[in-house]
Design a protein around this ligand. Sequence first.
Ligand SMILES: C[S@@+](CC[C@H](N)C(=O)[O-])C[C@H]1O[C@@H](n2cnc3c(N)ncnc32)[C@H](O)[C@@H]1O
Length: 282
Amino acid sequence: MKTARQYEVLAKTRYLSALLRGGVRPERLCLHKTLLPADSSLDAADCPAGGRDGLNQWLADGITEERPKRVLDLGCGFGATLFALARRMEGQFVGLTQSAFLVKTAASLAEKEGRANELTFHEGEFALLSTLGSFDAIVAVESLSYFDELAEAARLLGEALRPKGSLWIVDDWLRKPLPEEHTDVRGLCETWGRRRLHTAEELEAAFAGKGFQLVENRDLTPQVPALRASASPRSGWLRLAARRLPGRQLRSLAAAYLGGFHLDRLYAASLMEYRFSHYVLP
Ligand SMILES: C[S@@+](CC[C@H](N)C(=O)[O-])C[C@H]1O[C@@H](n2cnc3c(N)ncnc32)[C@H](O)[C@@H]1O
């Protein structure tokens, strides 16, 4: 519930910022990280381009190759990843997110592009997935880590994927287990409504346990901008704002930014991995 409220207010802020920057378009409305450009020595196909939309385009390249007919974006935000896909291939594209504002905006953008028949968006918790039918591919960008239990995520996704279906995950995982009292683990959990943070190893074990086969893991951490290794005056102000600002929405927004600060610190201390994982169901 806390996460839902937070995404409602975050989404409105992102929408307003896109509006002020010259227009509301799906590629300007990503809720995931803005990546740094990839190392120039790497092949362009091996990693996303920098910027906000590079990750969507890169995922869409990979998913399109498999020609799925029905694709789910779990925790779809404004649906930017699905728009990137729908612009390249025919199919049915379904998004699930908790925020009514995200769903309403994504649906109206689909309508504006003349794609309302292909792109549909649903408001609800992850558990709603079991009512949305089956899929040839599922993509989850910075959303799977919100599950309290990854085994439950693997079960739900395993039931929703058709045989030979594929799963595309990009998310933040701990490189090794950390105690829950760790300042940044605790800070992140408290501000983002998480019960705990998961390790990359736990992700692998949960999906292997439900019969998923790993096609590829790729460490995208070098493209994550993480600048704030130490406490900055800004974090003090954010902490105060998250407790004292008038109005739940403003406090929730301050808490969202404070959580981002804790995540940055985990990256700066090399404790976090931004990992792309591609699985298939046999
Ligand atoms: C960081 S945003 C990423 C959004 C989108 N994938 C993107 O890349 O722009 C996380 C998304 O996960 C969704 N989410 C988090 N917890 C959820 C839950 N319990 N049930 C449904 N959606 C959830 C949020 O509503 C939001 O859409």
